[in-house]
Design a protein around this ligand. Structure first.
Ligand code: GDP
Length: 300
């Protein structure tokens, strides 16, 4: 078994390749939940949904969020009624969020809610939220402290951020399921996700770092040069006090990876790193990188 630490874009691109070259029951994914948010009374868990929809074969891979060919009738109607629903939620996607919200309100753990939804969609992989309690990534801006989604979706990342803060009412603890998955794994792969908003929240859950000790850990950089392949990772790295590059990513992971993978085009040198083509522009590229990573695990 291999356990992946994932956000909602870069690592899912790698998982798209992994599901082709691995037994799907041998894949466990620990997913970031610090971007979760309640909207219009329902629970959005963007990274879990991307991973779940990918494995269910229904992800919109043009955007890497939402369900392919979804409609937006309810969203349009809600906006017309004067509700400021700042994230465009598809109709089928909303059904998932309604179901999740309902199950959570009924007292189910997010882990069990996710398992139930994955079962309904015929997902064979083990998709695990990093924790069962609420934790939120916020950013400090001139408008004050705002939810990461407010910054990235509503403001389109166009406002300056000074600091990244993770808030919670109780310190997040890795679930037993997460710790068991890591324990049963031959290797752990930190995919090319946003180090600040996707990976650090997972690594900060109590129990994760000690579970990773003694495991063979591979991390893939989401940066090429001084810019991420996509998204706001550059601004977030700077706000969190790291260089926006592969070096900053390496430092951010604080000695946890045994092997650090950089793109063949990356002009930044991280000593002892391994170089592959990590730009997963299509399924073939995802599969190519997946095979290289499996080879690293086999020859270790
Ligand atoms: P989010 O939850 O939507 O922010 O998604 P992730 O955290 O999983 O992934 C965002 C990161 O993926 C960004 O920092 C991108 O630089 C990185 N990324 C996206 N596509 C690729 C790719 O093809 N290759 C690599 N190396 N990184 C990628």
């Amino acid at each position: 078994m291999i356990t992946f630490l994932s956000g909602g874009t870069g690592t899912p691109k790698l998982l798209r390749g992994m599901q082709k070259v691995m037994d799907r029951h041998e894949i466990s994914v620990v997913v970031n939940t610090a971007e979760d948010i309640w909207i219009s009374g329902n629970h959005i868990s963007p990274d879990i949904d991307t991973v779940m929809y990918l494995f269910a074969g229904m992800l919109n891979t043009d955007t890497w969020w939402g369900i392919r060919n979804d409609t937006f009738t309810t969203h349009e109607e809600i906006m017309r009624l004067g509700v400021d629903e700042f994230i465009a939620i598809g109709d089928r996607d909303r059904a998932v969020q309604i179901a999740r919200g309902e199950m959570l309100r009924n007292g189910l753990r997010l882990t069990n809610v996710t398992r139930s939804l994955c079962d309904r969609f015929g997902v064979r992989e083990n998709v695990l939220p990093m924790t069962d309690t609420e934790v939120t990534t916020q950013v400090e801006t001139d408008l004050g402290l705002i939810h990461f989604q407010e910054y990235w979706v509503r403001a389109r990342g166009k406002i300056a951020i000074q600091k990244v803060v993770r808030s919670f009412s109780e310190p997040p603890v890795a679930t037993e399921e997460v710790l068991l998955a890591i324990d049963a794994s031959d290797a752990v792969v930190i995919g090319p996700s946003n180090p600040i908003t996707s990976i650090l929240p997972i690594l900060s859950c109590d129990g994760i770092k000690s579970a990773l000790r003694g495991k063979f850990v591979i991390a893939v950089s989401p940066f090429i040069g001084n810019a991420p392949v996509s998204g706001p990772a550059g601004a977030l790295m700077t706000a969190a006090g790291f260089e926006p590059s592969s070096i900053g990513t390496f430092n951010c992971y604080d000695g946890i990876p045994d092997v650090f993978v950089q793109d063949i085009r990356d002009p930044v040198e991280v000593s002892h790193s391994v170089r592959f083509d990590t730009l997963m522009v299509d399924e073939e590229k995802s599969e190519g990188l997946a095979r290289e990573i499996l080879r690293l695990i086999d020859i270790r």
